[in-house]
Design a protein around this ligand. Structure first.
Ligand code: ZN
Ligand code: ZN
Length: 146
């Protein structure tokens, strides 16, 4: 991962953002909330909150509180899922599919695989965690969080 600026945005183009690298490795989240929101599973990178700048569409960007401890940022025009942010902690997750390509991001792990959908299998050989990233990092021996 290199220190550079990544860009991305929603489907309709109203919300555009920039984020300063380096970014966290991409993880797939198979939890029920992510599957409901995305329609499949969720793949996100992450960065310190201060690294992310919404450059246009701050009025269109809305935050849905799916749980008591985190909110999900989406475009209120086109519905694109863009961000996930916990109230506590210093990082924001950014949906990998919203980022402009080409980029150097690669999927690195699967989280909450105990909650995955019954209609697909995970066959890429990447590390899997039944729950979140703490468990995945413990099992893979590498940390992505500051
Ligand atoms: Zn949009
Ligand atoms: Zn999830």
């Amino acid at each position: 991962m290199t220190e550079k600026t990544y860009t991305g945005g929603c489907l309709c183009g109203a919300v555009r953002y920039e984020v300063e690298g380096p970014l966290h490795p991409v993880h797939a989240c198979h939890c029920r909330q992510c599957r409901r929101q995305s329609g499949h599973f969720f793949a996100a990178t992450g960065a310190p909150k201060e690294a992310l700048t919404v450059v246009s569409g701050t009025a269109e960007l809305r935050w849905y509180r799916a749980s008591a401890h985190a909110a999900r940022g989406f475009c209120s025009v086109c519905g694109s899922a863009l961000f996930w942010q916990a109230d506590e902690g210093g990082s924001v997750e950014i949906l990998a599919g919203s980022m402009d390509e080409p980029n150097d991001l690669r999927l690195a792990a699967h989280y909450y695989v105990a909650d995955k959908g019954g209609y697909y299998e995970i066959t890429d050989g990447l590390p899997q965690s039944r729950q979140g990233e703490e468990a995945a990092e413990a099992s893979s021996g590498k940390g992505g969080e500051a």
